[in-house]
Write a protein that binds this ligand. Sequence first.
Ligand code: MTE
Length: 558
Amino acid sequence: MSLKYTISGRLLACLDSSCWIAHAQHARHARRLPLPTHLQIRSYSHHAHNNPKTSISWAALASRSAIAVGVAAGSLQLLTDDSYDNSHGKVKATKIRTFRLAEVKQHDRTPGLLGGTSVYDITDWIEAHPGGEVILAASGGSLEPYWDIFTIHKRPDVYEILEQYKIGEIDDADLKDGRVPHDAIVDPFQHDPGRDARLVTLTPRPRNAETPELGLREFITRNELFYVRNHFWVPAVDGEQHKVTIELTDGSERKYTVKELKERFQTHKVTATLQCAGNRRKSMTEGAGPTNGLQWRAGAISTAEWEGVRLVDVLADAGLNIEELPTDAQHVHFSAMEAYGASIPIRKALDPWGDVLLAFDMNGAELPRDHGYPVRVIVPGTVAARSVKWLSHISISPDESPTQWQQRDYKSFCPSDIKNPNWQSARSIQEMPVTSAITHVEPTRGERGEVESICAEGYAYSGGGREIIRVDVSMDGGRTWHEAELLDAEAKVSGSKAWCWRHWRYKGQVPDDGKTVSEAVLVVKATDEAYNTQPQTYESIFNARGNLATAWDRAKVS
Ligand code: MTE
């Protein structure tokens, strides 16, 4: 008797026997069938004489190392004794199996991925999956919500690959109007935390939200108003049990619980601004043309006092010889619990004035879940994409992180490289360039309601620990400039360099140059201690990804 498990594929390279055992046991419960005794491997070659067959007993199958099958367009079937025909190698009924939804849901690791009404077993694909084990998050549920996040999968070639892993269909009894009912599909974001309604939401799932004006005008951003940039769901973590693994280039590993990190190493506070590479992307779109990515205004930036232990101390404790670095120790990779990962150059990680932290507190409170609980990396002065949240693994490598976010995102290009930018040769963004933004304009009106003067406020920030030394504003499009007042001089900050934004304020008369008030535009630009200043236009720094949108900021006075 056949258990009706069939996988067909162009090339099945390596089988994970545990998955098949799971199948078989599963089917036994569901259908009261005897446990299969043999696995038969058969090619679907059109040439009968070229149709290799083989069979393996469960004993051999259970030793996982055993099976490496190179079957071109083959099929694999689980057979019980009475269907296994050793002399003729023929298999009786081999029809696609139907699964009840409840069965699919039981699988937390191996089979049971459902797309539309099809059921897939992607066990063998996990190793080769470019996105790593994140695919397992969909086990026992639907692929669809994940593919809404990872839209790169919505392509014919990916569907084709998936089809090779199809093992069955959902039983008609569980379908409604031919579809899996909506409430049967598990929402990957179901464990996301509640959020402050004042955040300016761009996307709810995954959560992406800007700090509102109130938060942008305060030096320290309150935790609940700190901008949120999540590529996926927020992992549900047991903070007591969670461990961070450090892996060195020789393969040696050391694991630390968060409690161990706190007890074993001296803790440090660092006040630092985090800014997304896409902050002010919307202005680039409006100023120079369409860009690809979340259309952030000026609120993908916030400042907090972070507390944690120095990465350099932990790396040294884990065995990295920081006095005499191995030559292959060039980059530090950070991997997170959902799927995210990024890296920084090792010179930043080991810089005694670099202040790179493994942080567990934010503004005196435990890290909020949205911001990386129980532990995240803080890389001051560097694009926030490298400050990996929900940190689980750190490794030292000769190369940059292979992740999408290091290799194919968070880079910038020549303004005319629109269609096919060279992702490989472009440098990943690390230290941030100087920028500024207007967050508030308050007009004072004369007797007839006309705007006479304004009070404007905003922030200015530069990466690499470079201090903001001046902010200039213009009310005539950049012909004449006035120096704004730099605020926050009294703010209490910790850290070795100028890792924080500076607020600025400007009070002045609206120029009487014959224009109507509605035409008057306030322009701002900042200069940092290296005398770097902002470019005038978005055209000159345009990149189709919309990163590093640092041109002069503008706001209508009225
Ligand atoms: N870390 C993980 N694990 N997952 C993420 O999606 N987003 C990165 C970075 N670290 C991200 C991450 C990006 S692009 C940014 S801008 C910052 O986190 C945002 O940090 P915040 O949400 O605490 O403001």
